[in-house]
Design a protein around this ligand. Structure first.
Ligand code: UGA
Length: 436
């Protein structure tokens, strides 16, 4: 089998296929990435992935190359795992890499094969990919396209891939279904639900799931706003809503909102696609979800201003967290980094501490100061912003922290700190959607 594109999705998928016993070749045009992967090391932090890569590169079951021709010749199932970032000019997904990968693979094919799309794409893309494969494959070579989205979370990528909640097999031939059932035989034997569907539904399932999760978070952030204006407590509210088994408590944590490489871009891409399809109201709903999410960030900046008497100029602000979520070094569309930058632009002297993401954060936001310890960030601070709920922040002794800062004032942008404990230790603590 081959896996084309070795980003988050592709590298994990390739390693997990090898773990399932398949011979796998991973393809990427980035030489440095390929060299690193061939040494058995992931180009990003993900629990358990280095172990799998090292093990299976070691046994020879897994290898990586920059040559798509190599993959085209040695495999008869090809997984397309290239990235679909937000396009530079708007909210839609940039599909350039998907079509380029499909064309490139097709040109080099020497035998019939199944191509399985795993990239996150706007509904309707598979149809166009199938046409490209047909157009560029050599005469006599047949390609069958299937769509098989992936629902892995960063930080749990290996576990989610090997133990998925469900499998979605978008197919339009029995042969393609058979091939995919063979790939996932282990999970199917364990009873993981399998949804066999058409390609369009499979494509839409992925973005709809992410848009739903995004909507759930923005909904609770909207309720946080109402709570702030009415004296209600959004955390108690989320617990009450969450006990309704139809709603569920997960993804009901109000705060600075969602970020990362998936939820924001998939939401925007679905909104753009809805507009293209003439569903203006749907597009508007999703746009509102995005705006509520961005507003959650600026609310924390407004609160910071308020707690500093309306002026952040020359104030020293400690920012706890840069990653878009804890246990990750990913800073793509990170709410924490966005808030840190907004506060910096208003004249504050910002010191950011993140246990793992500082290197990545520095490359996208070099204007901020990154420090090597929590203590260093807190020392002399006029205001503390807790923006990514790393375990070590939640375990911090508020009395110790109070002894380091100039003013014991903190905004809990994740609603995860113990309000009473911090108040007892002398702090003015402001959470999101919770009574002061
Ligand atoms: C997300 C989805 O959860 C995966 O199912 C999907 O496969 C993946 O995108 C993808 O498309 O590749 P991920 O981006 O790793 O996974 O992150 P999540 O754990 O979903 O968190 C997203 C953001 O929502 C984070 O910034 C997190 O802090 C925020 N969040 C989450 C909240 O603000 N409140 C919550 O209650 C939960």
């Amino acid at each position: 089998m081959s896996v084309i594109g070795t980003g988050y999705l592709g590298a994990t998928h390739a390693a997990c296929l090898a773990e399932l016993g398949f011979e796998v070749v991973g393809v990427d045009h980035d030489h440095r990435k390929v060299a690193r992967l061939n040494e058995g090391a992931a180009p990003f932090a993900e629990p358990g992935l280095d172990d799998l890569l090292a093990r299976h590169v070691g046994t020879g079951r897994l290898r990586f190359t920059t040559e798509v021709a190599d993959a085209a010749m040695s495999a008869d199932v090809h997984f397309l795992c290239v990235g679909t970032p937000q396009s530079a000019l708007g909210r839609s997904a940039d599909l350039g890499a998907v079509f380029a990968a499909a064309r490139d693979l097709a040109r080099h094919l020497t035998r019939d094969c199944v191509v399985v799309g795993k990239s996150t794409v706007p509904v309707g893309t598979a149809e166009r990919v199938a046409r490209e494969l047909e157009r560029f494959a050599p005469p006599g070579v047949e390609t069958v396209l299937a769509w098989n989205p992936e629902f892995l979370r960063e930080g749990h990528a290996v576990l989610d891939t090997l133990h998925p909640d469900r499998l979605v097999l978008g197919v339009d031939t029995p042969d393609a279904e058979l091939v995919l059932r063979g790939v996932y035989a282990d999970a199917i034997a364990r009873g993981v639900p399998v949804h066999v569907t058409d390609l369009a539904t499979a494509e839409l399932a992925k973005v709809a799931a992410n848009a739903f999760l995004a909507t759930k978070i923005s909904f609770i952030n909207a309720m946080a706003d109402i709570s702030d204006r009415s004296g209600a407590d959004v955390v108690a509210l989320a617990d009450i809503l969450g006990d309704d088994s139809r709603i569920g408590r997960r993804f009901l944590d109000a705060g600075v909102g969602f970020g990362g490489g998936c939820l924001p871009k998939d939401l925007r891409a679905l909104s753009a696609r809805a507009e293209e399809l003439g569903a203006a109201q749907v597009s508007g709903l999703l746009r509102e979800v995005d705006e509520i999410n961005l507003r959650a960030r600026s609310k924390v900046v407004d609160l910071a201003l308020e707690l500093c008497g309306g002026d952040l100029g020359a104030r020293r602000v400690a920012v706890l967290g840069a990653a878009f979520k804890p246990l990750s070094d990913d800073v793509r569309d990170s709410p924490a980094l966005d808030v840190a930058l907004q506060v910096h632009r208003r004249g504050a002297e910002v010191r950011v501490f993140d246990p793992e993401a500082a290197l990545n954060a520095r490359s996208v936001a070099p204007e901020l100061t990154y420090v090597a310890s929590l203590e260093h960030a807190l020392r002399g601070a006029d205001l503390v912003l807790h923006l990514t709920e790393w375990p070590e922040f939640l375990e911090t002794d508020p009395r110790w922290a109070a002894g380091l800062v100039a003013r014991p004032v903190i905004i809990d942008g994740r609603n995860k700190l113990d309000l009473d404990g911090w108040t007892r230790a002398g702090w003015t603590i402001q959470a999101i959607g919770r009574p002061r």
